[in-house]
Design a protein around this ligand. Sequence first.
Ligand SMILES: [Zn+2]
Length: 282
Amino acid sequence: MTCRFFLITLMLVMPTAQALTLDSTPVPGGIAIVTLPDDVDPASTRYRDKKILVTDIDGKAAAIIGLSLGTKPGRHFLQAKNNQGAPLKIAFKVEPKSYEEQRITIKDKRKVNPEKRDMDRIVREKESITRALRHWSDAGAVDLSFDYPVDGPTSSPFGLRRFFNEQPRKPHSGLDIAAAEGTPIRAPAAGTVIETGDYFFNGKTVFIDHGQGLVTMYCHMSAIDVEPGTVVKAGDPIGKIGMTGRVTGPHLHWGVSLNDARIDPLLFLPPRPDTSAQAVTK
Ligand SMILES: [Zn+2]
């Protein structure tokens, strides 16, 4: 007992690691970290015809590739060119991963089966959301170590296979953190706000571009405190927790997109020993 108490105390006083803690998790919804051969031109790398993030890890250029939930396990390839301009392929393997089911009852039936008059709005909004998530900006150094954007328990993890009112819908493409309405939401890393909106499903939403195809998204806010063009640093307030859009209670839906693939935000976060034990799945 004494020994266990000592261990816990030790964990609480240990400083947070500052180095890149990102692990390669090559599964659907994860990231593959692929070290590039020396003769590859980093700017030429593509995955599924999309530009990808390249960063320096231990003195070597490495591609960090987002893998969407629909990615098929097996061999995948990066396309690239060598320094002489000759095309080449770099193979990496994607492993399978299965996610749990989640069944939710939504009282506002229009948010599950939208009416005809809602469809124009939904289609228009989908275009602007897709455009924001596909945003690319060149950036030398991209901060890949995030802080939590809000304090609170995980109310719904990433990747759940979802049923709304018993009807199958797209899997959960972000992480839900529950908090009281009005709680400030903070930027998890430096970036630039590229879009804000008030959407049918996502409610009041902010998109932050962190560079090289890494874009984060914050939904269901009660208030938005930034506008397109606002430059933020880690910890800056961007809005407040709310329950706008399709929700069952106040929470933040936090999405992370890399090369237009929605991936698990937890991959960019340090372990949170104080609240992880309280994680609940609704
Ligand atoms: Zn969510």
